[in-house]
Design a protein around this ligand. Structure first.
Ligand code: ADP
Ligand code: MG
Length: 697
């Protein structure tokens, strides 16, 4: 493929999704070093970060402790340039033993600190190091601003740099550019070729600070391009949906208004009314609704979804509600039945936990249309589930489902020649920028008001030592008639962690709360067992529910007013927020107690303090985003999972908004049809793959 990339390295690259020359050029430096101007060793100051060029004088590994393991050794290196000498220290540097020879020329980049043992001396600690081969210097190594790449396995920065350099030589002189000249000119961006060239090997007069902040014109152009193409796919997707036919529902007739009023178990909040009006305005048009309902935990999304379902049913259609877990599906089913069956609607539950004959019967009722509102899990989208006339689809806690699953449920209606109206519910409070990136093809409604009479939740951090006091408090609240959750971290259900909940359940039942009725809920229970426990808890037969995060999503038992989370430092912010959303659902004041060690990482402490400071989901989400970055924010580390290799929606907010405006304009402006075709014709291959996906979604 490229010079410097043998089969072994090609394999490493392939694991990172780098298959072609274009892919390799898309692997951008994460940092740059000024190797035109090196700092003289004489001029180093403690606290600063520098790049120096120096020769090896001596080096040796020293055991770091009595229980010596080679890789734990500290490697001491002494280097010199014409102005002085500099000791360097590498922790876990055993691997360097014997690798460096006196006289070899190095570039070192790192922070200079005062030597703790000899305060008169300075040293460089864990510097990044690159060996300059031979005397005659390669133009990719020094005498320029040099790109630094994250190593891929054993494929180090220096080797990657050479491979990229080679690739750029081989690169097409006139690669197709998906950004039209008119746009480039207006925004002042370089061509694609120049942008790649200058991002990998910046011109000598480029500002190092701008480069390291990813703000050079070349980098900005690449970021913009990525956002622009992504937004273009959203805009196209949106247009495609709008071009489909949906059933236009009657919503203004007296009969329907009456029906909606009849099911309401309480007075809706004004936010709920506003959102329902937005939904009604959508579904009365013969164009599919494609709407996201964002509302913090406890804001009352369910009833809005049920009302939308009733509109569909009153228009002679079926409605479907898909939830991510069986617990949640059953809970929705129970409340829907309570609210709807009373007035004669037929509600059906479809989950895999049903026994075969029940399941077959349920499917039959779905097929014939006898079932009007169908609530379920993934079981709803199994191949042989057929609807009679599906007109409305609601997906709860959307982030748990992939786009493909959403699409599959929509297809259940498509067999009848029209698209269903779609409502997606999410409690993940997504900062606006990110909702633009992720849900840019959806219209957004916001439930920004909690139902009245909610007493605030008091959140406190406490420690293991204080547990007796915490249990005492919990016991008193329960004695007063309320219920409580005790949550243990089981993230992956490894045996070891699962045992914690089970063991603690046994211990708490026997030793701490012998007089109370405790229940245990975790992911390894069967559907029936889970349902039995939940039912016991709903009926207050179980007073204290010892649980893992299976209760994280959606569980609604308003009489529960205390939650104790053990090892709270091990939970993410979004997860803690979701968990805490299980309490504070009634009119009674609620308490959330986060048990954590007194010593923990700064980040863990910040998470817990954020929980104490606020119950506002959006505020929590912003903090979470700052702490974790956008990739992990959505629960995954997968590189490019958000679809971005270069761009970062947090860092590059303004560019995202600019790209969105430009992309939607191109798609919506019918005069620019040829322009759109031109852009699509010039898409780089990886974008063509992505567009395919986007169109599916
Ligand atoms: P979420 O948005 O988290 O899904 P739910 O729909 O489960 O919230 O509602 C949370 C609780 O608030 C439920 O017990 C529900 O019955 C109640 N609720 C919702 N809307 C109102 C309202 N307007 N007035 C009083 N209680 C409400
Ligand atoms: Mg909910």
């Amino acid at each position: 493929m490229v010079k410097g990339v043998g089969p072994q390295r090609a394999e490493l690259l392939a694991k990172r999704g780098i298959h072609t020359l274009e892919d390799l050029l898309g692997y951008l430096p994460f940092r740059y070093e000024d190797r035109i101007h090196f700092t003289n060793i004489r001029d180093l100051q403690p606290g600063g970060t520098y790049t120096v060029r120096a020769r090896v004088m001596s080096g040796s590994a020293v055991p770091s402790s009595v229980r010596y393991r080679r890789r734990d050794a500290i490697y001491h290196l002494l280097v010199q340039d014409s102005t002085g000498s500099l000791p360097c220290k590498f922790f876990h540097g055993g691997y360097l033993e014997g690798r460096l020879k006196p006289g070899q020329l190095l570039v070192l980049h790192g922070k200079v600190e005062v030597d703790r043992l000899r305060p008169a001396r300075i040293e460089m600690v864990n510097p990044q190091m690159e060996l300059l081969r031979g005397e005659e210097m390669d133009s990719t190594e020094v005498g320029r601003i040099v790109p630094i790449y994250e190593a891929i396995g054993t494929f180090g920065s220096r080797a990657i740099r050479r491979a990229v350099y080679g690739a750029l030589q081989q690169f097409d002189a006139q690669p197709s550019d998906p950004l039209p000249p008119e746009l480039l000119q207006r925004l002042g961006y370089p061509s694609r070729r120049e942008a790649l060239l200058h991002t990998h090997f910046p011109p000598p007069d480029e500002s190092l600070d701008a480069l390291n902040a990813f703000r050079s014109p070349a980098q900005q152009r690449l970021v913009f391009e990525e956002f622009f193409l992504f937004q273009l796919s959203l805009a196209l997707n949106r247009r495609a949906i709008r071009r489909e036919n949906a059933i236009a529902f009657a919503v203004r007739e007296e009969r329907i208004r009456e029906a909606l009023k009849r099911i309401l178990p309480f007075k809706p909040t004004s936010a709920q009314k506003r959102v329902l009006a937005e939904i009604a305005a959508d579904v009365e048009r013969p164009v599919p609704m494609n709407r996201l309902l964002q509302g913090d935990v406890g804001s009352g999304k369910t009833i809005v979804a049920l009302e939308a379902g009733v509109i569909a049913i009153e228009n002679g259609c079926q409605a479907a509600l898909m939830a991510p877990t069986e617990i949640l599906a059953v809970q929705h089913f129970l409340s829907a039945r309570r609210i709807l069956s009373r007035v004669g609607y037929r509600v059906e539950l479809l989950i895999s936990g049903l026994n075969p004959s029940e399941k077959a019967a349920a499917r039959e009722r779905v097929r014939t249309g006898e079932a009007q509102l169908v609530i379920g899990t993934h079981a709803l989208i199994e191949e042989d589930v057929q609807f009679n006339r599906l007109g409305f689809v609601c997906i709860d806690e959307q982030h748990r489902f992939g786009v493909l699953q959403r699409k599959r449920l929509m297809d259940k209606a498509a067999v009848h020649g029209y698209a269903p109206h779609v409502l997606v519910l999410t409690a993940t409070p997504i900062p606006r920028t990110l909702s633009l990136t992720l849900y840019g093809d959806l219209d957004v409604s916001l439930l920004d008001e909690l139902p009245p009479g909610r007493a605030p939740i008091v959140t406190r951090i406490s420690s293991q030592q204080n547990l007796p006091g915490v249990w005492g408090f919990l016991g008193r609240v329960v004695a007063a008639g309320h219920q409580a959750y005790i949550v243990y971290p089981v993230i992956e259900e490894t045996k070891l962690e699962l045992k914690a909940a089970i063991k603690e359940f046994a211990r708490l039942s026997k030793e701490v709360f012998p007089k109370l009725r405790l229940g245990l809920l975790h992911g390894r229970l069967s559907s029936d067992e889970k349902e039995e426990v939940m039912q016991g808890f709903r009926r207050n037969e179980i007073q204290v529910l010892v649980a893992t995060t299976v209760i994280e999503v959606g569980v609604d038992v308003p009489n529960a007013t205390v939650m104790v989370v053990e090892h709270a430092e091990r939970f993410g912010l979004a997860q803690l927020h979701q968990l805490r959303g299980r309490i504070g659902r009634g009119e009674e004041k609620s308490y959330c107690i986060l048990i954590a060690p007194t010593r923990m990482s700064d980040e863990a402490r910040l998470r817990l303090e954020t929980m104490v400071r606020t119950t506002n989901g959006f505020e929590i989400a912003e903090t979470d985003l700052q702490l974790r970055g956008p990739g992990e924010f959505f629960g995954t580390r997968q590189h490019g999972d958000l679809g971005f290799d270069v761009a970062n929606p947090v860092r590059d907010r303004e560019l995202l908004e600019l790209a969105r405006r430009e992309a939607f304009q191109v798609v919506e402006d019918t005069n620019r049809g040829p322009l759109l075709q031109q852009i699509l014709g010039a898409l780089p291959p990886h974008w063509q793959r992505r567009y395919h996906l986007a169109r599916v979604g």
